[in-house]
Design a protein around this ligand. Structure first.
Ligand code: FES
Length: 83
């Protein structure tokens, strides 16, 4: 697997049994495009268990509820062409 040569890539880590941890330079917007205020954070955990009371952010509920998911890196198929 060959990494894409970004100068400062934003890193997304799929944590075992937990959130998606995003690190680097990024913004978070809602469906209407309004930006969340992140108070200078450069690392955020996004809920992927569906149990957070603070979606889209992780609030630790995954651990209390026993969420289990382990994802190993893999190659995705090419995207389908848009018609
Ligand atoms: S992944 Fe942490 S609360 Fe859902």
């Amino acid at each position: 697997m060959q990494a894409t040569p970004f100068l400062m890539p934003t890193k997304v880590t799929v944590l075992n049994n937990g959130p998606l941890r995003v690190e680097g330079e990024f913004i978070v917007v809602d469906a209407a495009g309004a930006e969340f205020g992140l108070a200078g954070r450069t690392t955020i955990g996004f809920c992927r268990c569906g149990l957070s009371e603070n979606k889209p952010f992780c609030d630790g509920s995954h651990g209390r509820q026993g969420f289990q998911s382990t994802c190993e890196a893999r190659e995705l198929p090419p995207p389908k062409p848009k018609v």
